[in-house]
Write a protein that binds this ligand. Structure first.
Ligand SMILES: Nc1ncnc2c1ncn2[C@@H]1O[C@H](COP(=O)(O)OP(=O)(O)OP(=O)(O)O)[C@@H](O)[C@H]1O
Ligand SMILES: [Mg+2]
Length: 266
């Protein structure tokens, strides 16, 4: 049974891409079949995965979405958009800057928030246990597409001052989508990231616990220089010995537990 999970927070730089990549690889290491989807025009996840498209050699998610508009039923070749990264042994659909025009080219489309959902058809989805969508830091039509396509959401929250700014807004978007387009959308968990020894950081984690209770993951992700190095090396933290890599493996185990509990409906 597959599960499509969005990693979402409209705030920038909270650890969404780092989480998508490392949770994805940790799920692979746990024996799961995983597809990562880069749904951010910044294409940071694609870069993390060493995807170089200098000569526009490969089609990306923006081509896929443009092709999908108007002819979704003819879209039988989604598999040609899937790349494989050898080093991290993981499948992914890359992104590029053209996705920044999505708001524009989706604006006249009927049911524009369901394009990604309709694209991720059963024959693709059925090949994977988990499809992880790395969302962009904004509240537009692309985030809607990600949430509508998903069965669950993970919200990384940087354990720093102002962590709660905008969270209410994200919660209300989540509720709105649940009330209208996707009644069974689940909050898989809220994940504190870049946790350090400061009192501010501890206070944020405490406050998140009060607010989200059992929806808060039991593991937190600490701040560590390895996270940045890992991006530069295009290699997941889970593939060499370090604290944050171990934390992401623990999160993957929690995700498996939380999503399997419901007989695979998440
Ligand atoms: N646990 C960590 N410790 C230290 N640095 C981290 C950690 N996690 C992520 N970073 C760094 O913080 C920066 C932001 O992380 P990341 O790109 O994952 O955030 P994001 O939410 O995807 O950002 P955006 O909103 O721009 O997409 C990156 O430089 C990343 O390497
Ligand atoms: Mg990102």
């Amino acid at each position: 049974m597959y599960k499509i999970i969005s990693i979402a927070n409209q705030k920038g730089g909270v650890g969404k891409t780092t989480t998508a990549m490392n949770v994805g690889v940790a799920l692979r290491l746990a024996g799961k079949r995983v597809l990562l989807v880069d749904l951010d025009p910044q294409a940071n996840l694609s870069t993390y995965l060493d995807f170089d498209n200098t000569y526009d050699k490969y089609p990306t998610i923006s081509h896929l979405m443009m092709t999908a508009i108007g002819q979704i039923n003819k879209l039988n070749d989604v598999k040609q958009y899937i790349r494989h990264n050898e080093l991290n042994d993981i499948d992914f659909i890359p992104s590029d800057i053209d996705l920044a025009n999505a708001d524009f080219y989706l604006s006249g489309v009927i049911s524009r928030e369901t394009v990604l959902k309709r694209m991720l058809k059963n024959e693709i989805v059925g090949d994977y246990d988990y499809i992880i969508i790395d969302c962009l830091p904004s509240l537009g039509v692309l985030l809607m597409n990600a949430l509508v396509a998903s069965s669950g959401v993970i919200i990384p929250v940087q354990a720093q001052k102002f962590a709660f700014d905008g969270l209410g807004m994200l919660n209300s978007i989540f509720e709105q989508i649940r009330d209208t387009l996707k009644p069974d959308l689940e909050l898989v968990g809220v994940l504190p990231t870049m946790v350090d020894n400061t009192n501010a950081s501890k206070r944020i984690v405490e406050k998140l616990k009060e607010n989200y209770r059992d929806k808060l993951f039991n593991t937190v992700i600490h701040r560590a220089a390895e996270a940045v190095e890992s991006t530069d090396k295009h290699k997941s933290l889970c593939l060499y010995k370090n604290r944050v890599g171990e934390e992401y493996k623990a999160i993957a185990a929690e995700i498996i537990e939380r999503t399997d509990q419901k007989n695979g409906t998440v």
